[in-house]
Design a protein around this ligand. Sequence first.
Ligand SMILES: Nc1ncnc2c1ncn2[C@@H]1O[C@H](COP(=O)(O)OP(=O)(O)OP(=O)(O)O)[C@@H](O)[C@H]1O
Ligand SMILES: [Mg+2]
Length: 319
Amino acid sequence: MGNSFAGQLVAALENSWPVIARPNQLPPPGDWSIWLLLAGRGFGKTRTLAEWACGQAASGQAGRIAIVAATAADARDVLVEGESGILAVAPPWCRPLYEPSKRRLTWPNGAIATTFSAEEPERLRGPQHDAAVCDELGSWSAPETWDMLQFGLRLGRNPRCLVATTPRPTRLIRELLAREGQDVVVTRGSTYENRANLAPGFFDQVIRKYEGTRLGRQELLAEVLEDTPGALWNREALDECRREQAPALLRIVVAIDPAATSGEDADETGIIVAGKDGGGLTEEWARCLPTLKVLGGNNLDTALHLAGARQRDDGRNDG
Ligand SMILES: Nc1ncnc2c1ncn2[C@@H]1O[C@H](COP(=O)(O)OP(=O)(O)OP(=O)(O)O)[C@@H](O)[C@H]1O
Ligand SMILES: [Mg+2]
């Protein structure tokens, strides 16, 4: 059939998303409001989000779509312009016009999608949507962004939200999982399912390294890992201690467990900042910073600089 119209049509249909998508990449049946796709690295999460958003816009099921990623750069570079993003997957006959300065995609039928950064919850105060796609919810720095998005999901008869993420056990993800079977439907998938579409070297050099490890269970098999066995702290206990604002502190201690070497296999430099207020032991307040990997090995100046910057943050981190 060559380049004939019929040939092009067959090729387009053969490569269309409903044909090549795996079952857990297609919208589940039922009356869900939130579709939570928990899947491993490289599974095709972003592609699933982009395809679903395009399908919603092209079919007229949604006319005002919110596209939310961990950062503004992720929304633009990954979800819109990326290799698995909307502009790459939209069929030639229904391509949206992208206006980066307006953070907006406009489809030929008038449907509009706007990009948002999870770092800026306030931007979601006001706009209304009838659909939303959220990439890597487990890495969002400001969980309030999720609440702001939900308040605005109020257009149309059945506003829907697709969340695709590698499942870090954050409070938000645990809350959504607790709603499974109610308004939340969950599909799961592993990195291995998409092997045919990933470079062989990725499996040989990257994936093999994490197979059988705890990190691999989360990042490849998409298991929600609650607690590190034997750890002194569990996530629930830490969540209970979180405060929006630190009280005035009388004493602040910075503890550093420096990386002794700088090679690829070197341990990370661990830093904890703890503070004590004036109320005695029972009022003690502590804040732990995430472990920081310091590029170039044991560069403590860099580590301390990063720690200082993080400490000045206003306590929004949920990681
Ligand atoms: N069903 C499929 N058929 C063909 N190609 C696919 C399919 N699913 C995903 N892909 C391709 O696999 C590659 C990885 O997909 P994608 O970037 O969406 O993965 P991801 O899960 O978002 O990865 P990461 O964990 O790094 O964010 C892309 O090239 C995408 O187009
Ligand atoms: Mg992705």
